[in-house]
Design a protein around this ligand. Structure first.
Ligand code: MG
Length: 236
């Protein structure tokens, strides 16, 4: 899990550096494929339920699961990169949202809120606490900043499969849900909308967008629960 996480962190950092005005989203997928190969890893997403790419690149009002295409990234866009890698049979999964050049003040606050929400969720993840504590930490961080958390898509357990039990909602009630135990590995992934939490799915049945057209940001880490602070497996 540590090795897979490390590969994901390195490739994600490389991809974030490639995001810029004039870049096509499918070029980022190509970089992702080449980088994974270099590290001897395979993509978690490619072929997953028929997903045709190794990377999801979701821009502005797109939340998750957009298939890389000829779409050209523009100055002022916010670009969410999400992907997973398999090393020795174990998965790592992470995401981040990058602002392209001078983004609007709202977009900047949104990205900060989503990144902060992930940190708040990780801070609540420890052995003996309940999953609801993680969910509510994420939700409170986001809602106290005037944004909303997506409800139809969640974080998840991760290990030999990319998506394992339990699911980790980004909203909840403290003290509820399964108890976390040392050694559990989870992917926490707040998806944060500037407007309402409702979503719509695109014609390709993959792309998920905000129902009201507002901007959305997404951060994710794969973590291991310990007796103290969780270990972030997808950090550099
Ligand atoms: Mg995930």
């Amino acid at each position: 899990m540590r090795r897979a996480g490390r590969v994901v962190a390195m490739v994600l950092s490389r991809l974030a550096g490639e995001v810029g005005p004039g870049v096509k989203t499918k070029e980022l997928d190509r970089v992702c494929v080449a980088e994974l190969k270099k590290h001897g890893a395979t993509a978690s997403f490619k072929g997953y339920r028929g997903f045709p790419a190794s990377l999801c690149v979701s821009v502005n009002n797109e939340i998750v699961h957009d298939i890389p295409s000829d779409r050209v990234i523009q100055e002022g866009d916010i670009v969410s990169l999400d992907f997973g890698a398999i090393v020795d049979g174990f998965h790592g999964d992470a995401a981040m949202t990058v602002g392209v050049g001078g983004v609007s003040p709202e977009a900047g606050r949104l990205i900060e809120a989503a990144e902060g929400a992930l940190a708040a969720g990780i801070g609540a993840a420890r052995s003996g606490a309940r999953l609801g504590d993680v969910s509510v930490a994420i939700q409170q961080h986001v809602e106290s900043r005037g944004f909303s958390v997506v409800r139809e898509y969640t974080g998840h357990g991760i290990g030999r499969d990319m998506h394992e039990e339990p699911s980790v909602p980004n909203f909840g009630v403290p003290g509820q849900g399964p108890v976390m135990l040392k050694g559990m590995t989870l992917a926490l992934e707040p998806m944060v909308n500037a407007g309402g939490w409702r979503t719509v799915v695109g014609d390709d049945h993959w792309l998920v967008m905000t129902a009201d057209g507002s901007l959305s940001a997404h951060f994710e880490h794969t973590i291991a629960v310990t007796d103290g602070e969780a270990e972030i497996l997808t950090a550099l």
